[in-house]
Design a protein around this ligand. Structure first.
Ligand code: NAD
Ligand code: TYD
Length: 350
């Protein structure tokens, strides 16, 4: 039987790359993109596939069990790749409950509906939960997160993702569902909402606005190009072993201040500005509350067991990313003005 895959959060940053990859690479699969279209969901990200015969969109909130049940029945869902989440740490600090509602309650809701719908044949279906390295907490200098590293989440965002990961594993253990979890480091690339560090910097440099750096900019993140994450999700979905966890990362650690300086240099070049112009926009601001110092993933297991590794060097990926933002002024304008939120109406309601 052909697969009917429910991808949640497919209108978001990572989800849109996963949806595009699956729709184009697997014409025999039906891809059902389920998304509530919060501020982070943008159907303009999916223009290239919106008319594909194996693609369908459902505007549904994962907190709504009845609506989820209908989608499972209507599309005879065989597998789930779950990305829908509230994803921004700063928003989790100002509104933690929104993160509990979507990331914890929403995930358990989805697990319940999938378990009930698949109950006669649990072993033929996979629930793939996409998570973050932030569940492991903050590392001092040296050391890496392994799949066996104890969870130690430090922000409301990472605590909500950790809780959802635990629920997914508990459903495998208690009810015998086939589940798999992957924990990935920071992604960057096209379609990234400009509230996160890299797209925010690109947008501010372009518009000659101050670039806010939290604290001293000494915090370290491991960065992976978003399409490489989508490839990893494809690999884990098809080759991963049920019950396992896979860490995904770029082997690519950067201090925030160094990444921002790199972006300034590259954008000066591309915009024909004198070298050093954009660096003047750097502004050190109050640190984020409870700011994790360092994340670093050891992605050896997925490399050795499933043969996945990043395809792009960071320099290449960052060039592609800057070029994409410079070439897609319309996308940025729509996101910053809020106009992207009308696209659903135009597409599905007019
Ligand atoms: P995003 O914020 O760009 O997109 C999230 C999507 O989920 C949006 O389209 C939004 O509309 C949708 N959504 C939110 N609440 C919903 C709800 N209640 N019901 C249905 N849809 C809802 O996030 P992202 O950066 O694409 O992250 C996707 C997933 O990957 C998340 O689970 C995140 O924790 C994880 N992750 C992200 C990163 C990263 O660097 N961005 C790294 C590792 C893991
Ligand atoms: P972010 O992109 O929000 O991802 P995360 O917090 O999930 O790692 O932030 C990446 C790093 O950049 C993090 O250390 C916080 C920092 N940062 C700033 O210094 N200034 C900013 O305006 C933002 C959004 C982030």
């Amino acid at each position: 039987m052909s697969k009917h895959i429910l991808i949640t959060g497919g209108a978001g940053f990572i989800g849109c790359h996963v949806v595009q990859l699956f729709v184009n690479k697997y014409p025999d699969y039906q891809i059902i993109n389920l998304d509530a279209l919060t501020y982070a969901g943008n159907l303009e990200n999916l223009k290239e596939v919106e008319n594909s015969p194996n693609y369908t969109f459902e505007k549904v909130d994962i907190q709504n069990a009845t609506a989820l049940e209908e989608v499972f029945k209507k599309h005879q869902i065989t597998d789930v790749i779950h990305l829908a989440a509230e994803s921004h740490v700063d928003r989790s600090i100002s509104d933690p409950l929104a993160f509990v509602k979507t990331n914890v309650f929403g995930t358990v809701n989805l697990l319940n509906v999938a378990k009930e719908y698949w109950k006669d044949d649990l072993q033929s279906h996979l629930f793939y939960h996409v998570s973050t390295d932030e569940v492991y907490g903050s590392l001092p200098e040296g050391g890496f997160f392994l799949e066996t590293t104890a969870y130690d989440p430090q922000s409301p965002y990472s605590a909500s993702k950790a809780a959802s990961d635990h629920f997914v594993r508990a459903y495998a253990n208690t009810y015998g569902m086939r589940t798999v979890v992957s924990n990935c480091s920071n992604n960057y690339g096209p379609n990234h909402f400009p509230e996160k560090l890299i797209p925010l910097c690109i947008n501010n440099i372009k518009n000659e606005k101050p670039i806010p750096i939290y604290g001293k900019g000494e915090n370290v993140r491991d960065w992976l190009f978003v399409k490489d994450h989508a490839r990893a999700i494809d690999t884990v979905f098809h080759q991963g072993e049920a019950g396992e966890t896979y860490n995904i990362g770029g082997f690519n650690e950067w201090k925030n201040i160094d990444i921002v300086r790199l972006l300034c240099r590259k954008m000066d070049e591309k915009l024909g500005r004198e070298v050093g112009t954009s660096e003047k926009l750097i502004t050190f601001v109050k640190d984020r509350a409870g700011h994790d110092l360092r994340y670093a993933i050891d992605a050896t297991k997925i490399k050795n067991e499933l043969g996945w590794e990043p395809s792009l060097q960071f320099e290449e990926g960052i060039e592609l990313t800057i070029d994409w933002y410079l070439a897609n002024q319309n996308w940025l304008d729509h996101v910053t003005s809020g106009a992207y939120q009308d696209y659903y109406k135009e597409l599905y309601e007019d």
